[in-house]
Design a protein around this ligand. Structure first.
Ligand code: GTP
Ligand code: MG
Length: 382
């Protein structure tokens, strides 16, 4: 296990921890028996002792935990015939104030920006819109992320849990630090990028310059022979919105196979969660596969509970959330972490067991971290 100590390892292979400390000492590493040891040190030690050491990541460990309950996370149940098309989930990213929230407001005919403190987005918002492409109604799920430099983790998570990134760049400001950061998150997550060049209504707008700047970062516009779609928009003048939605749908159709099994216990990700004074823990979840229903027993990270109510992006109560639909979930007994996975399980008991296991694991990991710091401090004291 990642973060294991020599005592843990000694127990596994049935030797005295002190002997392992000695072996490592002879290899030139000073490690005490209880502190957690780096993966590569464990591997070196294993090689010395003729053991093959496989370090299990927290993700693998969690997969094993779920498998012990006969749950496979991250896979659609059944075969090809059980898969149905699902809407693309799109993360909207970009530098602070480049107009991400305003753009989503324009697309949805709402005014979220007006309600934000200082006009700065501080949490992830999730919305679903419908558009018509080639005479067909198509839904798109949008996740709004903050552009402020402090919210790197939120952007990284957003990129990771969705299918496409819309990179918003203000045409008057051009490419800025968080523009680059955002596009790197999207590249790391291997999601296709659609560029929305915003604020083209402004006198000082220079959309051509933006195209040139982004070309240097490997996003070459289609009109220059590349494969990235650039769409000029203005959130305030409401221009280019349909074109942007169409570009998203075309990108989804061209490069992604967006299908999911709607007829299985729901799985997905908690994109945001907080404690509401009146309603208790509230988690915004994005369903990746399956259908989430009120009454379902769920685990989200180390939180668990039963879905008491679900609220869609219009503030309406719903009883079902199919794949790609974001909903607020009420009924959890504690607040999950943003980015935690969620899944529906057989009953409340199983939900609690999984949540408890995860929680004690988290506590152990935290303890390992603090003890390690302590031992280091002690070392320096001497
Ligand atoms: P963060 O979430 O804090 O990163 O900002 P944001 O990217 O969501 O920007 P937001 O939508 O809050 O817009 C920032 C400011 O730019 C607001 O004052 C908007 O009214 C203005 N703005 C957004 N889009 C346009 C546009 O197309 N044209 C003009 N002229 N102003 C715009
Ligand atoms: Mg915003």
């Amino acid at each position: 296990r990642r973060g294991a100590s020599l005592t843990d390892l000694a127990e596994k292979i049935g030797v005295d921890p002190a002997s392992l400390v000695q072996v490592l000492f002879n290899l030139g590493e000073m490690v005490n028996a209880t502190q957690s040891v780096a993966d590569d040190t464990l591997q070196v030690l294993g090689a010395e002792l003729n053991y093959t050491i496989e370090v299990v990541s927290p993700e693998d460990e969690d997969r094993e935990l779920l498998e012990s309950f006969d749950i496979e996370f991250g896979e659609d149940e059944g075969g090809e015939e059980d898969l149905a098309p699902r809407p693309p989930a799109v993360t909207v990213m970009g530098h602070v104030d480049h107009g991400k929230t305003k753009l989503l407001d324009a697309i949805r005919n709402t005014n979220v920006v007006a309600g934000e403190a200082g006009g700065i987005t501080q949490a992830i918002g999730a919305y679903q819109v419908a558009t018509e492409v080639d005479g067909q109604e198509r839904k798109i799920t949008f996740i709004d992320t903050p552009g402020h430099e402090a919210f790197t983790a939120m952007r990284a998570r957003g990129a990771k849990s969705t299918d496409i990134a819309v990179l918003v760049v203000a045409a008057d400001d051009g490419v800025m630090p968080q523009t680059i950061e955002a596009l790197n998150h999207a590249k790391a997550a291997e999601v296709p990028i659609v560029v929305a060049v915003n604020k083209i209504d402004k006198e000082s707008a220079d959309p051509t310059k933006v195209r040139g700047q982004l070309t240097e970062f490997g996003l070459v516009p289609e009109e220059y022979g590349g494969d990235t779609m650039f769409v000029d928009v203005s959130a305030t003048a409401r221009t280019g919105l349909d074109e942007l939605l169409e570009a998203v749908v075309l990108t989804a159709d061209a490069s992604l196979d967006l299908r999911a099994n709607p007829d299985m216990p729901a799985q997905g990700v908690a994109i945001e969660a907080h404690l509401d004074k009146g309603r208790g823990p509230v988690a915004t979840v994005l369903v990746h596969r399956g259908t989430l229903r009120t009454g379902d027993s769920i685990v989200a990270g180390s939180a668990h509970g039963r879905v008491r109510a679900m609220i869609n992006d219009q503030g309406e109560q719903v009883t079902e959330a199919p794949p790609s639909m974001p909903v607020q979930v009420l009924g959890l007994t504690s607040v999950p972490g943003a980015g935690d996975n969620f899944l529906v399980v057989e009953d409340d008991r199983m939900a609690r067991q999984i949540a408890d296991k995860r929680e004690s694991r988290q506590r152990a990991a935290l303890l390992a971290k603090t003890t390690r710091r302590k031992t280091l401090d002690q070392l320096f004291e001497q």
